[in-house]
Design a protein around this ligand. Structure first.
Ligand code: SF4
Ligand code: F3S
Length: 371
């Protein structure tokens, strides 16, 4: 993972990354972190500094999905190089040494101190933590030892942040999250199943630029990534407002990209930046792919039935709008439009539908208003 010694520009060149792409990346990071654009230069200077922050990455009760997500940034790209700027001294899955050599790397890094500790997975506490052991130590012991000399702890994925699947009922190992155990160090949570590497990269960039973790919410999540609800930035939100819902997998609404609320979408109660940064180099995200958000960045998401709609605390859209295709009796178009507008204004959200329908010229469209 660490690159050869040399200037940062040389490192970029070695990875086939043009300098203008690096500066563009710094601009994107400033945007992701919700920083003023003119801080792009400060970010670039900080990343070009020769100092490298060591990282210890521990895996506890996990599926290694967050490590997979991390490795997704290792193709030649500015983000990949930034993560290379970190000296990953210990990562069970990707490090070259094994056995005693690996343990020596870990012990040396802990003794030197001044590192970022990244934790993936929850920590079992039942029976003194015997349900997760590496190198003869329980996850409980490893976390206690490794957090002692850390500058800060970053919990990646829902399991490390909130307990995730291992903590789900009946929680046979009494699994807990990192912040349940580490109380004397700054802990930042990057929940998700898995973590989005964009948010991990942005956190690292913030740390390298300002020497501190970004501002967090009450659940220790950085506000730049978890400050807004999925529902408020969702590309299907217009359909929600218009009362246009998918009712069945593969129905016409599903094919037309309508709202997935009635299929159990947790977007209205989930805070994450998936609609804006997306996944897999910005290619797509769950709702764009036609599946409801399952709320993987929230505590206890595995306890919630995936396909049951969540309770809405603002307003509840009526579930009585017509299906995508519906046979309607013939009526007078003018009266239908006026009736629709009046009913819509009374019904709140329905007003948007009615006004929209009023502007349509096709009599078939106007027939829909009557319902
Ligand atoms: Fe998007 Fe889900 Fe909200 Fe519908 S309920 S607008 S699919 S986030
Ligand atoms: Fe997770 Fe929902 Fe984003 S399921 S990946 S928070 S769209």
């Amino acid at each position: 993972m660490p690159f050869k010694a040399g200037s940062f520009t040389e490192v970029l060149t070695q990875h086939g990354v043009a300098r203008r792409d690096f500066l563009k990346f710094c601009g994107v990071m400033a945007g992701t972190l919700a920083l003023p654009h003119d801080l792009q230069t400060q970010i670039a200077s900080a990343l070009e500094a020769p100092a490298r922050t060591p990282v210890i990455w521990l895996e506890m009760q996990d599926c290694a999905g967050c490590s997979e997500s991390f490795l997704r940034a290792s193709r030649p790209s500015a983000a990949g190089v930034i993560l290379d700027v970190l000296s990953v001294d210990y990562h069970e899955t990707i490090m070259a040494p094994s056995g005693h050599q690996a343990e020596k790397s870990l012990n040396d890094a802990i003794a030197a101190g001044g590192y970022l500790l990244v934790v993936e997975g929850s920590i079992p506490t039942k029976d003194n933590g015997v349900y997760c052991c590496v190198a003869g130590k329980t996850a409980l012991q490893s976390l206690e030892e490794a957090s002692a000399n850390a500058i800060a702890v970053v919990a990646v994925g829902n399991c490390a942040a909130f307990g995730g699947i291992p903590k789900a009922n009946p929680n046979p190992t009494d699994a807990v999250s990192v912040m349940d155990l580490v109380t004397d160090k700054p802990v930042l949570n990057l929940p998700g199943c898995p973590v989005n590497v964009v948010n991990l990269t942005a956190t690292v960039v913030h740390f390298l630029t300002f020497g501190a973790l970004p501002d967090m919410d009450g659940l220790h999540r950085p506000l730049f990534a978890y400050g807004a609800r999925i529902h408020d930035n969702c590309e299907r939100r217009g359909h929600f407002n218009a009362g246009e819902f998918v009712k069945e997998w593969g129905d016409d609404g599903h094919r037309h990209g309508w709202c997935l609320y009635q299929m159990g979408c947790k977007g209205p109660v989930t805070y994450h930046n998936c609609p804006t940064v997306r996944w897999n180099e910005g290619v797509s995200w769950p709702v764009a792919a036609g599946h409801p958000c399952i709320g993987c960045s929230e505590p206890g998401f595995w306890e919630r039935p995936t396909y049951v709609p969540v309770e809405l605390h603002e307003f509840t859209p009526p579930a009585t709008y017509p299906d995508v295709v519906k046979e309607m009796p013939a009526i007078d178009p003018t009266n239908a439009a006026v009736t629709g507008v009046v009913a819509g204004l009374v019904a709140g959200a329905a007003g948007a539908v009615a006004i929209q329908q009023l502007g349509k010229k096709d009599p078939e469209d106007e027939e829909i208003v009557e319902d």
